[in-house]
Design a protein around this ligand. Sequence first.
Ligand code: ATP
Length: 674
Amino acid sequence: MSDDIVMQLSSSSSPSDPSLPTKLAKLEARMAGKSSSSLTIQSAWQPAPPPPIKFVEQEELPDSSSSDDDNGGEFLIQHNTQKRHRLQEDDHDMDLEQSKETTNGRIKTLENFEIRRNLDDPNKKKQGRGRGRPSTGRGRGSKTSDQMRSVSTSSINSSNGQLENPPNKENWSNVPLGNDERVALQEEISVLHGKIATLEEELNRSRQEASDYRHLSHQLEKELKELRDRDQQSKTKRIKVLSDLLISVSKAERQEARMKIRQESLRLGNIGVVRAGTIISEGWEDGQALKDLNAHLRSLLEMKESIERHRKSLKKRQSDKGDGNDMETGISDEDFHVQDEIFKSRLASIKREEETYLKEKDRYELEKGRLIREMKRIRDEDGSRFNNFPILNQRYALLNLLGKGGFSEVYKAFDLVENRYVACKLHSLNGQWSEEKKQSYIRHAIREYNIHKTLVHPHIVRLWDIFEIDHNTFCTVLEYCSGKDLDAVLKATPMLPEREARIIIVQIFHGLIYLNKRPQRIIHYDLKPGNVLFDEVGVAKVTDFGLSKIVEDDVGSQGMELTSQGAGTYWYLPPECFELSKTPLISSKVDVWSAGVILYQMLFGRRPFGHDQTQERILREDTIINARKVEFPSKPSVSIEAKELIRRCLTYNQTERPDVLTIAQDPYLSYSKR
Ligand SMILES: Nc1ncnc2c1ncn2[C@@H]1O[C@H](COP(=O)(O)OP(=O)(O)OP(=O)(O)O)[C@@H](O)[C@H]1O
């Protein structure tokens, strides 16, 4: 019932007014007519008490005695609307909401049904008043009306309070409504309320759990952060401890190396000041062992010369005797022969001794060479600006200098991130170079890096990293090869047993085959013993791709143009690289030639062409251009197969020389075929 009507009623009528029932009945009739023309509303107010309504929660019902309005269907609707609002406020959980909606929907259906039933029930007290009219939402009945408006399944239109499918009186009275059914419906409602209560409980539990989990997650996050901080701290500590340890080991190694040098210097010699007239220069001064050895050799030589002199004089006396001059000395022919035999035997013995000393001298010379290289290394290390154990790029702990090349220093280093030894090659640009030259060098190095970094093969030294140190210096990080390079091996042992030489050349060819089987083929172009390194177990690896060339796809069968003519090490380059009349065309056959030279050198202790010549002389005398045929020394004895492979590699004519993939089929390079 709308408030204005109630106001009208209360102001114009007192409860004792006997005409009130009639007035109300009229009003209700009017309202019913307003809300639905087809709805038949009970025309007279029935004083009889309303039937008990059992399917609502009694404790939530307002006291009927205090109510001056009906507490029939309208009140029930209000009650449930309030409840729904409470539930909506309490719970934003979707599932629960849906359950509630369903439940409320069903309750509303029931309520509407009850309302209709009340409307139809002629015995109901005041039941028809304002039922069909929408409430403005004010007063006690407003909530009920709201709920009625929101009930989609009900037949009342929510916007204007009119019934969408207005039932006629017959329809209403036709709804069978036994007591059993009511009881069943009430039971269903209480079951649904029970479900709501359970769901609410569950929701509360879930909320509690969610809050517990949130708390736990905060705690875990905190712990994780602490662990991370601790990990970072321990990492920093670990790095510090590790680098300190590495540094102390390196320092000890440096000390030991210097001590050894001092000892060796005493034995083998040292670089000292040499005076030649008025010119003072740095020169080599032999050590005591070499001095003693040379003195010994000198004395043997003197002895030999003296015996030779005696022998000569004996021969002279013998020939004089033949003239009859030696009669008075009484030396017989027999004596002459014996004496001569003594001299001969002595000379042979001196020669043997001399050979032993000469062998020893050769050994000393090798040791001397090693000593000189080590002295140079130490001098380079002492003069290096990186000798104070810096950590580069926050991960590479530089240790000791391995060697110095043309424009680079190579340090043994420890990668503190990957926990492995590496070789750091520090490329220093000469400060006096023009900017153009510097840029060209950097371009060259980046080109080398770009080629090398893609190469992953057991017989190719890995390139791990590149970074800038300062404007004039950058560093490439290479796989560390703890063994010597082949050049150092051949300096220490110029001739290798064939078996050892063969396995080394096989590994070099494996690397070359890999370079020629990639989609982008590569010519190494600077294959030489210095660019073959050995790891700790003796695996040979090709390095230094500074002069290497990428073979473009459109290159003709004769090869690609050589744009860097003049570069490289001439002992190991084929004749086509020295072609001056036109730009040489090169292919992987360059590497085949170089490999042939290396195998020859390993087997015979010398290079096949221009062994004793300088680079400059090789160029001047066209040594390689004239290297038409390879000759083999008689010693040491080497297998025919090895010689045949060398011959094929050193085929003068480039067109006739096999390329890498062809020569790879040679039986000497395969162990399984033999
Ligand atoms: N990856 C590596 N592992 C171990 N030692 C290495 C490595 N790379 C180079 N070295 C050593 O460092 C030294 C210097 O190497 P580098 O390549 O700079 O010298 P080079 O070949 O004599 O000079 P250049 O490159 O100018 O011809 C050599 O003794 C070489 O054996």
